[in-house]
Design a protein around this ligand. Structure first.
Ligand SMILES: [Zn+2]
Length: 164
C-alpha cells in the first residue's frame, strides 16, 4: 500500500500517543477515543482514513481484511517504533508539513498577523516572537518558540528514522 497524496489517519484509543505526533507532522489525524469497532471503521471509511490500532482483532474485521479500510496494526507500544512502522508500511516519505495542524483539535492552522494576537498571547511572547498561527476551530494561537524548536528537533530525528 503506497500513498500518493498525504494520507489521513484515524487513531484508535489504544494508540493515542501517535495523535499529537502525526498532527505535529501535519497529517490530518482524528482520534477515536471511545466507541465500538464498527464506529471506528465507519470513521475510517467516511474520510478514507488509514486506521492505526494496536488491536489485532480489528485485523479480522471483513472491511479491514479485504483492504477496504487501510489499516496498520501497530506491533509496538512505543510511539517512536509506531511511527517507524507506519512510515515503512505505507511507504511514506518524511515530507512533513510541521505546525500546520492544531495539536489539540486537528484544525488546519492559519498564519495570522502578529498585530492581531496582541492580548491573546503572553506579553513576553508578543514582544519577542513574530510568527504566529491560529486554529480556526478552537482559536488556539501557536508561535515559534522554545517548545517549537524542541519539537522540530524531534521531528528531524524521526525523519532520519523514517529514512532507514
Ligand atoms: Zn484547534
Amino acid at each position: 500500500m503506497v500513498q500518493t497524496e498525504a494520507p489521513k489517519f484515524v487513531v484508535d484509543a489504544n494508540a493515542g500517543k501517535l495523535v499529537g505526533w502525526l498532527r505535529l507532522m501535519g497529517y490530518d489525524t482524528r482520534f477515536f477515543s471511545a466507541g465500538p469497532d464498527r464506529e471506528l471503521i465507519r470513521t475510517a471509511l467516511e474520510d478514507r482514513r488509514i486506521l492505526l490500532t494496536r488491536d489485532t482483532l480489528l485485523a479480522e474485521r471483513k472491511l479491514v481484511k479485504n483492504g477496504t479500510v487501510g489499516t496498520v496494526i501497530l506491533t509496538s507500544d512505543a510511539a517512536e517504533e509506531q511511527i517507524k512502522q507506519v512510515f515503512a508500511e505505507l511507504g511514506l516519505k518524511p515530507d512533513f508539513a510541521p505546525f500546520s495542524r492544531c495539536l489539540a483539535c486537528n484544525g488546519k492552522l492559519e498564519p495570522v498577523e502578529a498585530a492581531t494576537v496582541k492580548g491573546l498571547v503572553p506579553p513576553y511572547v508578543f514582544k519577542t516572537r513574530s510568527i504566529f498561527s491560529r486554529c480556526p476551530d478552537c482559536e488556539r494561537i501557536y508561535w515559534q518558540g522554545t517548545h517549537w524548536e524542541a519539537m522540530n528537533a524531534r521531528l528531524r530525528q524521526w525523519s532520519r528514522l523514517a529514512e532507514k
